[in-house]
Design a protein around this ligand. Sequence first.
Ligand code: SF4
Length: 388
Amino acid sequence: MNIVFDEKRALAVFKILDTEWQAKRGVFADIVLPQDRLRLPGNNEQKVNFLFYSALFMRGGIISEDPFRWLVALCDKRPEYYNPTFIVNNGLTSDDLKKAFLAITPEILAQNGLVKGRKENGSGQPFAYKIEQHTKAWIANSRFFVEKFGGNILNVYDGVRDFEEAFARINLRKNSWKKYEGQGIIGMRRKIFSLFTIWLQEKNLIPRFPTPIPVDFHALRVLWATRIFHLPDLLPLKIKDWHPKSYEGKTATQVREKLIDAITQWSQSFLFENQISHLVINPALWVLSRDLCANHFQNSTAGKGTILRESDDLISGQIRWPINYKNPCQICPIEQYCEGVAPAAPYWGILMKMPRVPYFETMVQTVLPGLEEEASSFLRKIRRRTKK
Ligand code: SF4
């Protein structure tokens, strides 16, 4: 797949995000990231272990805050389960872990009404069908760390010059990633391992060496919408049997490892060369997408993701903006660079982009002096997940 990066645009967009994030302004005011809501356990080694096993759960269609509730509760009850050496020496199995998660579940569900930073009251199945995979990876990776790194996860980072060097130490296999053969960790590739690395750097548990953006759905959405990357050879989507008919012919791509890796590797060198911190751009993209883009009408769908808010239909008046629509782009700091929308619904393997229709062509798109109060009241109304 041919991926082209527009570095001039990237620099312009990242500089704006950097300035706004540092100033804690607009959408970035009063942010508390899910990992910062946590009460981390004990000493540094315990913190690293907890963050590593938690990172395993940060994939698929989950709300990041949900698995943390289970992971924190399990750590309170069974802190030894977060120690690779204990797991191996005591021959723990994935069934032991599953039982432990099940045992704490009623207690967590009973707290649903008290959950902060959650859209609804919290789901009862934050791991969904992946619990099997996660717990197997938990056990296999414990073995890997014990055999290759003396049971100390921090040894992975010993003396590394950049993220890629650390990643090469945990990703030794060439072909098979499904089976543990002592060839690397499982359930964690560049996206999640870079997220874990960033958590460690944020908490000063490892040095701040060049590191990429974790390329998740939110990063992909913003980077594609702003044309920081584009895919010149992309053909209109040919749907398969299981795809909704409305996806036929859309600008869409399968999210494959090759795409993620290319963006990941580009972002590491680009950010480093331009001295822009991944510790800023990573959360800035994530918060922007979750708290603003997600509220764009065209990023919503109906009919369980099958009915799209198509640009032509909006422009022709065939579909209308919702009554009392609160336009998130009005207060978006990078609105001038954004051309597309990427609805979350088709993300199961497919990333789709449609032209973004501005709400009102004539609407003032930035917050003008004197309108800060209105903008902040607008933000209070639309933001619901990441705010304090
Ligand atoms: S302009 Fe709108 S859709 Fe584009 S990045 Fe900003 S909030 Fe998201």
